[in-house]
Design a protein around this ligand. Structure first.
Ligand SMILES: Nc1ncnc2c1ncn2[C@@H]1O[C@H](COP(=O)(O)OP(=O)(O)OP(=O)(O)O)[C@@H](O)[C@H]1O
Ligand SMILES: [Mg+2]
Length: 266
């Protein structure tokens, strides 16, 4: 089964990929963060992105999610050019992401943080003017149900009413993932989900991501934790100095002397 999945990935033409960065270049002032980087995220699989500090991994995620516009190159979603599409429109199409540094609002409760991440969240008071109170209440009830179900799955349910600021680093990462899941996205970009997380919680996170993949969700994961990359990824891209050095199975890319050199050189 897994072999078949990997074979499908290996042989998949770029047109079958869900989300693609094609020859993307981006410079900050004089610093070239991305240089003709090309990457294809295949549906219902987990694509790993590794590389030394400063390789351009987070910048690539920002380009895919729409927070940064590339100087050159395109972003394609389902074959459509979305390079010019705003972040919130991409989110509505099903592209979600988490950040390298968690972005929860510390003074709000765990539940409130999730409700804020719901599509057309209830805080938008004008909505009841346009759509009527009944419809808004139903949307609120649905968002609460979804939030509670997610917190149950990641075993944070008992912390529902606690301020998010009181969570551990690992619990914040789980909350961040749940925030991304509130919109039931198709593709999720995870930027260093294991950073600062204790080993027991990393195991839980790996299981949860694996289950979501089995349910059909598509992932791209940037991570320095190679055990996590090895455990989860169907294919791995190695980024160095803004460009893709190589792509393949975890075993193949880690055995590549150019990859070892990039890490040593970095
Ligand atoms: N907003 C910014 N302004 C200026 N330079 C930036 C900015 N963001 C990133 N850079 C630079 O672009 C390059 C790529 O950075 P990026 O954050 O994408 O790397 P990364 O691969 O995610 O690294 P890390 O593993 O440390 O998170 C680096 O040289 C970085 O200093
Ligand atoms: Mg980064």
């Amino acid at each position: 089964m897994r072999a078949a999945v990997i074979e499908r990935q290996a042989g998949a033409p770029a047109s079958q990929a869900r989300l693609v960065a094609r020859d993307v270049s981006l410079a900050f002032g004089g610093v070239a963060a991305l240089r003709k980087a090309t990457l294809a995220i295949a549906p219902s699989l987990i694509t790993g992105i590794v590389g030394p500090n400063g390789a351009g991994k987070s910048t690539l995620f920002n380009v895919l999610a729409g927070t940064l516009k590339p100087d050159q190159g395109q972003v394609l979603f389902g074959g459509e050019d979305i390079t010019g599409l705003a972040v919130h429109r991409r989110a509505r199409r099903g592209i979600a992401r988490t950040f390298q540094l968690s972005r929860e609002l510390d003074s709000l409760t765990v539940l409130e943080n999730l409700l804020l991440a719901a599509p057309d969240h209830p805080g938008d008071a004008m909505r009841s003017v346009f759509f009527g109170r009944g419809k808004v209440r139903r949307a609120e009830a649905q968002a609460s149900e979804r939030a509670v179900a997610l917190l149950d799955r990641v075993r944070l349910i008992r912390l529902l009413d606690e301020p998010a600021g009181s969570l551990s680093g690992g619990q914040k990462k789980l909350l961040e993932l749940c925030r991304a899941l509130m919109r039931d996205p198709e593709v999720i970009l995870l930027d260093e989900p294991a950073a600062g997380v204790n080993p027991a919680l990393i195991d839980e996170l790996v299981d949860f991501i694996r289950t979501l993949r089995q349910e059909g969700m598509t992932f791209a994961i940037v991570e320095h934790n190679m055990e996590m990359i090895a455990a989860l990824c169907d294919t791995v891209y190695v980024l160095a100095e803004g460009t893709v050095l190589t792509q393949g199975s975890f075993a193949d890319v880690t055995a590549d002397p150019r990859v070892q050199q990039a890490y040593l050189g970095g």
